[in-house]
Design a protein around this ligand. Structure first.
Ligand code: GLU
Length: 314
């Protein structure tokens, strides 16, 4: 039996889509359309402080305007593909892990975490020192009287490898490079790693294209998939887009959000053709629809970019 390739758009509705998100969405779409597979749209709105309902419709509208269509998933008024409505599924996975003794409460404050931990991989994400993993049951019971804990997954001293279509072999020793990580925050919200693994598995996603900034999460996700008995999807992490002054494009670059870009380029063909020419997907910046770009798409073109890609606004 052959399985239909299925990919996903997984935007966080914490702002309008920007050029970097568009590049990831375009490659995910071109890849799955070239494979003849299905696309799903899931709104990653776990964090109510960062995500605003108005952005949900806006994101869907921008994808629609671009011609990056999806076959299943989120639609206005339907919440099955909205993470904020999927707590029961995350709860079930969390309980499975907890019953196996792999989860423990963590009472550390943010300040303690930063003081006690070594910096990890040069970014600001610390490797957890394991302070609360060593608490006695009595100490845990005492602390639970006054504090709501976060919950962490106990990770083994084991190297987990992922074969990425673009970056090749990527591996991390979970204990050394990453540490016991958060499954559930102290405010009760489930963490990104657990939610994304549960969602991708339960919705049959087997093809994941996303930004290079998420590559370092993949060994943790691979490990969760193993613990929960899920298949591992194929991964392709893609180079990030940078501005000519060496900054990574982000939602803070207002001039590159879809509102501005739609106004500046006027048509989806003009915008997509320009982006395709800038990033090497197409040989030049001739206006082209998403559909027309499918014939130009090949991972070989992206492979030429080991590093991030600099784009220059017109
Ligand atoms: N929601 C994440 C983002 O917008 C993507 C997470 C993922 O692709 O796994 O950056």
């Amino acid at each position: 039996m052959t399985t239909t390739p299925r990919a996903r758009f997984a935007p966080s509705p914490s702002g309008r889509m920007h050029l970097g998100n568009l590049f990831a969405a375009l490659l995910a779409w071109l890849d799955i359309r070239a494979l003849g597979g299905e696309m799903l749209l899931r709104m990653e709105d776990l964090d109510p402080d960062r995500c605003k309902p108005a952005y949900l419709d806006q994101l869907a509208d921008d994808l629609d305007w671009l011609g990056l269509d999806w076959d299943l998933g989120w639609q206005a008024g339907k919440v099955a593909y909205q993470q904020s409505h999927r707590t029961a599924q995350y709860e079930a996975a969390f309980e499975t892990l907890a019953h196996r003794g792999l989860v423990y409460p963590c009472f550390c404050t943010r300040a303690q975490l930063h003081a006690a931990d070594a910096p990890n991989r040069g970014d600001d994400m610390p490797v957890y020192a394991g302070t609360c993993a060593r608490l006695s049951p009595e100490a845990v019971a005492e602390k639970l009287k006054t504090r709501r804990p976060a919950y962490r997954l106990r990770v083994p001293d084991e190297t987990i490898a992922v074969c990425d279509r673009h970056y090749g072999l990527y591996q991390e020793n979970l204990a050394r490079d990453c540490g016991d990580f958060i499954l559930r925050r102290s405010d009760g919200l489930f963490g990104y790693q657990l939610a994304v693994v549960v969602d991708d598995a339960l919705s049959g996603v087997n093809e994941i294209v996303r930004g290079h900034d998420i590559l370092s999460s993949t060994p943790r996700q691979r490990y969760l998939q193993r613990l929960l008995g899920f298949e591992t999807p194929a991964y392709a992490h893609i180079p990030l887009l940078m501005s000519p002054d060496g900054r990574r494009l982000s939602k803070r670059d207002r001039d590159l959000d879809l509102g501005e870009l739609r106004a500046r380029f006027g048509t989806p063909e003009a915008l997509l053709g320009w982006l395709a020419g800038q990033t090497g997907i197409a040989p030049d910046t001739t206006p082209r629809s998403a559909e027309q770009l499918v014939e130009h798409f090949s991972w070989d073109v992206i492979r030429a970019h080991r590093e991030n890609i600099t784009v220059t606004a017109e």
